[in-house]
Design a protein around this ligand. Structure first.
Ligand SMILES: NC(=O)C1=CN([C@@H]2O[C@H](COP(=O)(O)OP(=O)(O)OC[C@H]3O[C@@H](n4cnc5c(N)ncnc54)[C@H](OP(=O)(O)O)[C@@H]3O)[C@@H](O)[C@H]2O)C=CC1
Ligand SMILES: CC(C)(CO)C(=O)C(=O)O
Length: 334
């Protein structure tokens, strides 16, 4: 049985696809069965027909449902990882591998510290998923799932379920490279725009490019080999993001094949009043920058602006040009 801990957008979609292929999947809620799935699941893979999974073909449970898990997919936000690790330690069989499908850096370390080394496998989901209604999950952009070699069987099961999954040997490089894409998450939360409209604004892309450059410099200082994520070569990302919009539209066509209503997961967190994953995204780059002596002034200023927005509980809905002016003011202050 595959247990999905964190029945939100990623857990609902990935777990739902696995269940639709006939695998036994249990969705674990915080205290009891996840209510969002009480009526079953509707899946909308990008470019494919919608499919339904009856509530009778899945198991919904509280933490005790981890009891029979052979593999655990961890799909909570990063701020919930430590609590999830405690739940796994208390309820899951000791040897059951835990595959983190989360964004950001540090989740694997948090899980390993609680559950022991060798049991936790890093994973990366390269596509966006939105959930317009409880139990309804839509793949909203292109991308693949990558997992560490220890999860080869899971990668096979995912492919069998129609999910584009593969094993990757350098998951540290993959996670840093995905992080470069996720540096756009707080910017998208600040603009409040659908992701596609956001990406069409060159001022926002220029800020993304500056954040990517700082992260590439930090990764280089740490000796991390960055990896291609889908069609994106991280080292070329700053160049591509800075292109004038008509050229960007042609070169980055795949990046723009995004559902019109899609927003990044952090924009969703801000809109829903949830905590942000900022400390595991930009925060980790700033931390590593301090350790390696690489300055990260743009990332630091983006952190300050995003923290302000989360403290206010709503997106400032600023334009890219306004954001650049604000960043310049924050940087000149210090
Ligand atoms: N959404 C996306 O497009 C993508 C997201 N990701 C990453 O995947 C991860 C998950 O994101 P996403 O699916 O969007 O997040 P969601 O907020 O949609 O879902 C997270 C789910 O985890 C549940 N949860 C939290 N703590 C626990 C716990 N201790 N026990 C059981 N359930 C728990 C939450 O329940 P509750 O509602 O009660 O809080 C919620 O249902 C994040 O790291 C994100 O960055 C990666 C690629 C794309
Ligand atoms: C797919 C992507 C990069 C952007 O939507 C993402 O990871 C997220 O929303 O958190």
């Amino acid at each position: 049985m595959i247990a999905v801990l964190g029945a939100g957008a990623i857990g609902g979609y990935v777990g739902g696809m696995l269940a639709a292929s006939g695998l036994s999947v249990t969705f674990i809620g915080r205290a009891g069965p996840p209510e969002a799935l009480a009526e079953g699941i509707v899946l909308h893979p990008q470019g494919g027909p919608a499919r339904g999974v009856s509530v009778h073909d899945i198991t919904l449970a509280g933490p005790e449902g981890l009891h029979g898990a052979e593999t655990i997919l961890l799909c909570t936000k990063s701020g919930d990882t430590a609590a999830a690790a405690r739940t796994i330690a208390a309820h899951a069989p000791e040897g059951a591998p835990v595959v983190s499908l989360q964004n950001g850096l540090g989740n694997v370390e948090t899980l390993s510290a609680r559950l022991g080394p060798g049991r936790v496998v890093p994973g990366m989901v390269g596509f966006n998923v939105i959930s317009p209604a409880p139990g309804d999950y839509r793949q909203a952009s292109e991308g693949e799932i990558l997992v560490g070699p220890a999860a080869e069987r899971l990668a096979d099961q995912m492919r069998g379920a129609g999910l584009p999954a593969a094993v990757h040997r350098n998951m540290t490089g993959v996670q840093w490279s995905k992080l470069i894409l996720n540096l756009n998450n707080p910017l998208n939360a600040l603009s409040g725009l659908p992701l596609r409209d956001h990406l069409m604004d060159r001022d926002w892309r220029r800020i993304s490019a500056a954040c990517a450059e700082e992260t590439i410099a930090v990764a280089r200082a740490k000796g991390i080999a960055l990896e291609r994520i889908g069609k994106v070569q991280p080292r070329l990302a700053p160049l591509v993001m800075r292109l004038p919009t008509p050229l960007f539209r042609v070169i980055a066509g795949a990046m723009l094949r995004v559902a019109p209503e899609a927003r990044t997961s952090m924009a969703g967190d801000l809109a829903a009043g949830r905590r942000s994953e900022l400390p595991w995204l930009n925060g980790k780059v700033a931390e590593a920058g301090r350790e390696t002596g690489v300055p990260t002034p743009v990332i630091d200023a983006v952190i300050a602006m995003t923290e302000e927005a989360f403290a206010a509980g709503r997106s400032p809905r600023m334009t890219g040009a306004e954001a650049r002016a604000r960043l310049a003011a924050l940087r000149s202050r210090g």
